[in-house]
Design a protein around this ligand. Structure first.
Ligand SMILES: Nc1ncnc2c1ncn2[C@@H]1O[C@H](COP(=O)(O)OP(=O)(O)OP(=O)(O)O)[C@@H](O)[C@H]1O
Ligand SMILES: [Mg+2]
Length: 259
């Protein structure tokens, strides 16, 4: 990944207006993410994670501040940024390969298009399901189709907004391993929003813990552990504890009981 594709979020603020009332959802978000980095964002429901992701994707405009990729301000959705949501959002009437091909932005000859789609189907391990309709796939498989579709234009940044939230624990672990492999292969900058602390620690170079009302980055936690990471290693457990401590700060909950 080129250094020219670093992601810079500079003093971003977001205010939503509902009738006469305005809500400051995000205040002064300031992050620099290196091209090719894997970062996660964790935080309570409603703290503004999806809003931040939507602004990075160009789907929403900051009220103040700016977001730049490779020094260029993000103004609207583009092929440089892919996004995967909690639910797969596929076209139910299109086959797996057509759903994936739908995302191709470039005008390519049919043969090249076919090759590109086949490569991405292989990348997410869905060989033999090219002709299946989304309704014929499990939730995890549907989500793999949406990951392939988001990657098809080789975006500099892939935003994953709770992509595995609806999946069972075992499928999640498979998906996490899959995304790690893709990241190692493609070197895409990954921004993962998750409520699963272990998932964040397993995958990320850095984890940002957000606070709420207004949403802000409370803490940055660096995960300097070699991959693949043992989820019960001493260091892993210590990072998990640090994150929970951040969450339960000022609360009555005795976290020692829960860890
Ligand atoms: N289009 C909108 N208009 C008004 N308010 C909005 C809009 N989108 C989001 N909000 C508000 O912004 C706040 C943050 O929402 P957001 O979806 O970013 O939270 P989140 O951190 O992703 O939560 P969750 O973990 O539940 O997905 C919420 O209070 C929500 O009501
Ligand atoms: Mg959200």
């Amino acid at each position: 990944m080129k250094e020219s594709e670093n992601l810079e979020i500079e003093h971003v603020k977001k205010i939503f207006q509902i009738k006469d009332v305005s809500f400051e959802v995000l205040t002064d978000i300031d992050l620099k993410i290196r091209a090719g980095e894997f970062i996660s964002i964790v935080g309570a429901s409603g703290c503004g994670k999806s809003t931040l992701a939507r602004m990075i994707a160009g789907l929403e405009k900051p009220t103040d501040g700016e977001i730049k990729i490779g020094g260029k301000r993000v103004e609207k959705p583009s092929v440089h940024i892919g996004m995967v949501f909690q639910e797969a959002r596929l076209f139910p009437w299109l086959t797996v390969e057509k759903n994936i091909a739908f995302g191709i932005h470039e005008k390519l000859p049919a043969e090249e298009k076919k090759k590109l789609v086949a490569e991405h189907i292989k990348m997410v391990g869905l060989e033999n399901f090219e002709k299946a309709l989304p309704g014929q796939l499990s939730g995890g498989m549907q989500q793999r189709v949406s990951i392939a579709r988001a990657l098809i234009n080789h975006p500099a940044v892939l935003l994953l907004d709770e992509p595995f939230g609806a999946l069972d624990a075992l499928t999640r672990i498979h998906m996490q391993n899959g995304i790690l492999k893709i990241w190692e292969q493609e070197k895409t900058t990954m921004i993962l929003i998750t409520h699963d602390i272990d998932e964040a620690i397993f995958l990320s170079d850095r984890i940002f813990v957000m606070g709420k009302n207004p949403g802000e980055i409370k803490k940055e936690i660096r995960v300097d552990l070699a991959r693949p990471r043992g989820r019960n290693s001493y260091d892993f457990v210590n990072i998990r504890r640090a994150i929970y401590q951040e969450f339960f700060e000022n609360s009555e909950v005795e976290i020692e009981y829960y860890l």
